[in-house]
Design a protein around this ligand. Sequence first.
Ligand SMILES: Nc1ncnc2c1ncn2[C@@H]1O[C@H](COP(=O)(O)OP(=O)(O)O)[C@@H](O)[C@H]1O
Ligand SMILES: CC(=O)N[C@@H](CCC(=O)OP(=O)(O)O)C(=O)O
Length: 303
Amino acid sequence: MSTDSSISLDTMEASTKANILAEALPYIRRFSGVTMVIKYGGNAMTDPQLKESFAKDVVLLKLVGIHPVIVHGGGPQINDLLQKIGKDNQFIQGMRVTDNETMNIVEMVLGGCVNKEITSLLNQHGGHAVGITGRDNHFIKARKLYVSTPENARQDIGQVGEVESIDTALIEEMVEHGYIPVVAPVGVGEQGEAFNINADVVAGKLAESLQAEKLIMLTNTIGVLDKNQQLLSRLTPADINALIADGTLQNGMLPKINATLQAAMHGVHNTHIIDGRVPHALLLEIFTDKGVGTMILGQNEQA
Ligand SMILES: Nc1ncnc2c1ncn2[C@@H]1O[C@H](COP(=O)(O)OP(=O)(O)O)[C@@H](O)[C@H]1O
Ligand SMILES: CC(=O)N[C@@H](CCC(=O)OP(=O)(O)O)C(=O)O
């Protein structure tokens, strides 16, 4: 038999849950029918329970009428395979140096194992997910990317691409028919060749091309951190330039922040970098009053 205190604890718990649902209602109404691009970083997809919670969240978004479009990474998963075959991992400004053999591994890991694992997880949880790469229907056209370093203004890092154009028709068609697109960041060149594109870059450009309502990057930090490892919850373009110039933003955060900023400046109103290690981070960001992580503001917005 329940004691009085257990009844009140149960009641409190139920009331908290009811409050959370009530808080979500205006957001569900506001976001019904909109597209959200969600970047699922390779570093955020290491724990099986977190993967489950991510899949459940995405399916829930679809069920309440939001159109999630997933772009995934897989950097750590590529590193593992390259290490197994005795190849070094080299990155310049967050971009993997990609020779032809590495390109084959990248495409195998991203377009194969990682893409199919995410797609399958979403389907297991009741979604209708379809995995594709930019080579499908040649929907992500790419050209060779050169990076500039202090020593070299135009450094060749192999088969790394930047997005030349995205044909959104395939994605829009899929969304319209109730599917959840799961995109691996591999693009196609003029000769039909594969290009390794950083997943943050693809997510940003796709959000821009779709004029998505939100771009959410799930990663393995609480957001963008300052020099003292404190969370920066809102960043303007000027803040970002200063943080890049003084070296606070480095490595994998560079393509992420640049891609997010470009999207914010080109019509994507809500752009966030959030902690994918927190269970249900997506739901917290989308359906609660208190957003999580770092929000990136476009040019005309105020911090
Ligand atoms: N100022 C910063 N704030 C947060 N993370 C940073 C910062 N500068 C560099 N980083 C690095 O960026 C990483 C996230 O990028 P990345 O490893 O490419 O993740 P993902 O796989 O999610 O794309 C963080 O784990 C951190 O090591
Ligand atoms: C050019 C380039 O760097 N491509 C990335 C593509 C995967 C990726 O971006 O994965 P994360 O999102 O997990 O970092 C790479 O080869 O690692």
